[in-house]
Write a protein that binds this ligand. Sequence first.
Ligand code: DAT
Ligand code: MG
Length: 139
Amino acid sequence: MDVEETLVLVKPDGVARNLTGEILRRIEAKGYSLVDVRMIEPDRALLAAHYAEHEGKPFYEPLVEFMLSGPVVAFRVAGNRVIEGFRALAGTTDPTTAAPGTIRGDFGRDWGLAVQQNLVHGSDSPESAARELALWFAA
Ligand code: DAT
Ligand code: MG
């Protein structure tokens, strides 16, 4: 067993579309456990820290603006190899080409919306998970 914790964010589009429960249902159906949950309206400082690796990229400013557009639900999720496993549940970054059966593939809309409107975030490594969980679940 390689029990890990990961940060899952239901992004503003997922919350606004009432998909928070469906996303959590898929996480729990896979056998992962919800450890903590918060609804947060992130400020720029939190998002700058969270997305520090993307600063300077062309999509950075639109991404931050989108993440400021409404509340976000943060899940602390535990399970065996959950970091890799949740990213498999989420599907690839672009919802247009994310595989059917994944969260992004099933619910991401090809309506000319931007790639950042892809419903969820999942940490991509143990280091990212530790860093991101400390940011979103700070006291
Ligand atoms: P992921 O969320 O799949 O880990 P990422 O960390 O590379 O993807 O990027 C963070 C977010 O930024 C991603 O969820 C959506 C947005 N994004 C990434 N690449 C993009 C692009 N080429 N155009 C627009 N938005 C992009
Ligand atoms: Mg990422």
